[in-house]
Design a protein around this ligand. Structure first.
Ligand code: MRU
Length: 372
């Protein structure tokens, strides 16, 4: 039996981007309408839209909005407007690899129009169409990637057991079923009896607000826990696997993900619990050699002192609020990607898989395990 219909966190509707405002969830389902790339960048900054793969999709549509709003009548002027939009979108949140990946891919599609010809149409119009089509492709490909990740990752989970996850990695964070959450939901749909420990994920509470909401809709048994419960759960043998997503994966397999992921990986290694990272290939950044070279976003300290806008700490308290941390590759049991499951050492296998076409994923293309 299938569960409730999937959510559409972003949707291209009549030339605007309709964005489900995730800050309001689970209390209310409200939508924003983005008409310009600046609107999209702002929705990304305030985390109305979030989650690495979905940020890539939103940014790609942000480029489509830039193309639509531009009055440029020639190729050079339109490319100039698109270049400005690319910088605005890239600057919105620095850690998620998918934003840069998506806007660069859309720019490449725009440039291809001039090389390949326009079938007699005005060049700017042909570019506008090509960009909207490319954004749509990025969204569709992510849906297929989630399916592949879910299928491959679910095989790694036990027939029955407890899985711990952090942050939100479901349909609200991607173009499909999700990454880490896709693995969990696919295992559940395959009949595995999985119970999920959902980290609440301070300070923005993506676990408590979003993952709990999504898993309820999928009817996956789950229990919400404070982030600091992971140690005691693992010590008591009550976690069989940890599955998380990723915001950026470096060439050596180091992973940036939601703050708190690193300490989970350390705990998992200490207790001999497998630690899986699930992400599409679009999150892998082979130009970044390792975690030290990654830019980690620091957010407004008020997210910590005034969580969800509620003043908690004494007036004037200073707070440090990195949005992500880096988990070194040596703490990761396997990377579950849409192109295969990769075991350490990650570097050589990542490079080999990167050489394969980045076109739509075919089932027959995907090896269950990629040899190092
Ligand atoms: O700050 P967020 O909510 O955008 O952080 C999201 C995460 O860290 C996710 O784990 C990651 O983007 C993977 S989403 C499929």
């Amino acid at each position: 039996m299938r569960d409730t219909p999937p959510v559409k966190p972003v949707e291209w509707v009549d030339g605007t981007l309709r964005i489900l405002d995730q800050r309001q969830l689970p209390r209310a389902e409200r939508y924003l309408s983005a008409r310009t790339p600046e609107d999209v960048a702002e929705a990304i900054r305030v985390m109305a839209v979030r989650g690495a793969p979905l940020l890539g999709i939103a940014a790609a549509y942000g480029m489509a909005l830039a193309a639509r709003e531009s009055n440029a009548r020639d190729h050079g002027a339109l490319i100039g407007d698109l270049e400005r939009a690319r910088q605005v979108l890239k600057g919105s949140r620095p850690t998620a690899a998918n934003i840069g990946w998506a806007v660069d891919r859309v720019m490449a599609a725009a440039h291809r129009v001039t090389v390949d010809g326009t079938n007699g149409r005005a060049e700017p119009d042909a570019i506008r169409d090509a960009i909207a089509a490319e954004a749509g492709c990025i969204a569709l490909e992510d849906e297929a990637s989630c399916e592949a990740i879910g299928r491959l990752g679910s095989e790694l989970l036990p027939e029955q057991g407890n899985v711990l996850t952090h942050c939100n990695t479901g349909a609200l964070a991607t173009g499909g079923l999700g990454t880490a959450q896709g693995v969990i939901v696919s295992a559940h749909r395959a009949g595995k009896r999985i119970h999920v420990w959902v980290d609440e994920t301070r300070p923005v509470l993506q676990g408590a607000r979003l993952t709990a909401w999504e898993l309820q809709r999928h009817k996956v048994p789950m229990t919400l826990v404070p982030d600091s419960a992971a140690g005691t759960l693992m010590a008591k043998g009550r976690v069989d696997a940890v599955v998380v997503g990723a915001d950026r994966i470096a060439e050596n397999g180091d992973v940036a993900n939601k703050l708190g992921t690193y300490q989970l990986a350390v705990l998992a290694a200490h207790h001999g619990v497998p630690f899986y990272v699930a992400a599409p290939f679009s999150t892998i950044d082979l130009d970044t050699p390792n975690g030290e070279a990654m830019v980690i976003e620091e957010r407004d300290p008020r997210e910590v002192t005034d969580p969800l806008g509620m003043p908690l700490a004494p007036e004037g308290t200073s707070a440090f609020n990195p949005a992500f941390d880096v988990t070194p590759a040596n703490l990761i049991t396997a990377l579950v990607t849409d192109r295969g499951v990769i075991r350490p050492p990650f570097g050589p296998a990542l490079k080999r898989l990167a050489r394969r076409s980045s076109g739509r994923v075919q089932d027959s293309d995907i090896p269950t395990e990629v040899p190092a």
